[in-house]
Ligand binder design. Structure first.
Ligand SMILES: Cc1cc2nc3c(=O)[nH]c(=O)nc-3n(C[C@H](O)[C@H](O)[C@H](O)COP(=O)(O)OP(=O)(O)OC[C@H]3O[C@@H](n4cnc5c(N)ncnc54)[C@H](O)[C@@H]3O)c2cc1C
Length: 425
């Protein structure tokens, strides 16, 4: 058994393995008439995985995946692109393998959902009928909560790079163009936001690049939260041991307004040469326009056994757009796991059979603290029938004792495996 096999098996997760086993009888059922039409919107971590597993486990489900972008660009590992340790090509994949797996692919923008008529409409006017709809549209931003930010983002002067793609390239160019002795400042919004450890990883990886290439520079981390949100002790250690003297961390530093490259906080102004603002976040526009946002005016509440939106039966919502279960992170790994719960449930629902009543999902988030060394946090979440939500399994998961080179290698393997699993590579 080679390492790739071990990682892929581990990856499936216990609940997904059970679901796979219970559905194994239909895995080869590609003959016969379709048991139903499923339209999946969003070809990121959640949507791509759902499309793949509907074919893998359902066989004769008619699956159409609609994605606005031509290719999949991964947020995980994109911080390494900012540090110059990886290239965009390393985090970009095509959708060809999903197509080869039997998924109908449409590059386009879904602009409207008719829940009663069970259709979605694309920007080019096409209308797609469905029996079950899956949305994994990710996040959009509450940029107007920070004065001057919408205009700064529109002009391209400030980028968030919190969706990997052109903004990742733009931020890397800004960092490369910064003079030695310059200030790179980044702002972290209050939780919940996509990828809790991601901003601190970014601070470390950018500092790692600057320490080697422009050692007189400074990294200023302005955190809207009262303390580091994830892997606190490990990031504090990295900030001090690896970047002491050049990296400054400020908690409770809520960004109120932008004026040029000056960030106005409550009690002071901060001037930066490169300013990276990660705006507060909410479920993506499509979830909002479809009327599915019913939690804190930001997120989509879901039934965790089927991933159906509580606001609309028959519409399954996954990934970052959902209001999370307790201690459940907004991560690519978790979106991949939501997808497996949804795919298994949809197949059973299409067949008129009961869904798995006890799903289990898991998450591992690696974070790089340099171009080479990483650390992880892991958790296992079991459905609790009494509370109708996922709860972490006591004693499961854990956190690295320290960042290390070997975990850096595991982190890159994790990425290769999740990409292979989600995109059928
Ligand atoms: C810097 C950074 C580092 C990260 N590191 C990690 C990590 O190490 N590990 C980890 O597990 N997670 C990590 N994450 C988090 C991870 O990227 C997200 O949690 C994950 O992408 C969520 O998957 P999703 O399917 O909900 O959304 P996405 O992956 O964003 O997919 C949404 C897709 O929907 C498409 N879409 C949206 N609306 C429409 C529409 N109307 N029509 C057509 N298409 C549409 C979008 O184009 C997009 O492709 C990181 C995030 C960032 C920003």
């Amino acid at each position: 058994m080679n390492t790739m096999h071990i990682h892929r098996r581990q990856f499936l997760g216990a609940g997904a393995m059970l679901a796979a086993a219970s559905l194994a009888g239909c895995a080869g059922m590609s003959m016969g008439s379709s048991i139903g039409r499923v339209v999946v919107v969003g070809g990121g971590y959640g949507g791509a995985t759902t499309a793949r597993y509907l074919k893998l486990w359902g066989g004769n489900v008619d699956v159409t995946l609609v994605e606005r972008n031509a290719s999949f660009v991964s947020c995980p590992i994109s911080n390494l692109v900012l540090g110059g340790y990886k290239q965009m090509a390393d985090i970009t994949h095509g959708y060809g393998s999903l197509k080869a797996a039997g998924v109908n692919l449409i590059q386009g923008e879904v602009v409207a959902i008719d829940a009663a008529g069970k259709t979605v409409r694309l920007a080019d006017g096409r209308v797609l009928p469905y029996d079950r709809l899956v949305l994994s549209p990710g996040i959009d931003f509450l940029a107007d909560q920070i004065g001057g930010l919408p205009a700064a983002l529109d002009s391209g002067r400030i980028v968030h790079a919190w969706k990997a793609g052109p903004q990742t390239v733009a931020l890397r160019k800004q960092i490369e163009a910064m003079a030695d002795g310059g200030v790179f400042a980044m702002f972290i919004p209050k939780a919940p936001y996509r990828c809790p450890p991601g901003p601190y990883e970014r601070a470390c990886v950018v500092a790692s690049y600057l320490k080697a290439a422009k050692p007189k520079s400074k990294v200023l981390v302005l955190d809207g939260n009262p303390e580091i949100v994830s892997k606190k002790g490990l990031f504090e250690k990295a900030f001090k041991d690896l970047y002491g003297g050049m990296l400054e961390y400020r908690p409770n530093a809520e960004l109120k307004e932008l004026s040029g490259n000056v960030a106005k906080l409550e009690f002071e102004d901060v001037k930066a040469d490169v300013l990276n603002v990660i705006p507060p976040q909410r479920a993506a526009d499509l979830a909002r326009s479809a009327g599915l946002v019913n939690m804190n005016n930001r997120w989509v509440g879901v039934n965790w056994l089927t991933m159906e939106a509580t606001a609309a039966a028959g519409i399954h919502v996954l990934g970052d757009a959902t209001f999370p279960a307790p201690l459940m992170p907004k991560s690519g790994h978790m979106a991949n796991q939501h997808a497996k719960v949804a795919a298994a449930a949809i197949i059973e629902l299409l067949k008129g059979q009961p869904v798995n009543a006890a799903p289990v999902v898991m998450n591992t988030c690696y974070s790089f603290v340099s171009g080479r060394d990483a650390m992880h946090v892991a958790s296992v979440h079991q459905y609790d029938a009494a509370e109708k939500t996922f709860k972490t399994v006591p004693g499961s998961g854990g956190v690295s004792a320290a960042a290390s080179q070997i975990e850096g290698r595991y982190a890159l393997s994790w990425a290769d495996n999740v990409w292979a699993d989600s995109l059928a590579l």
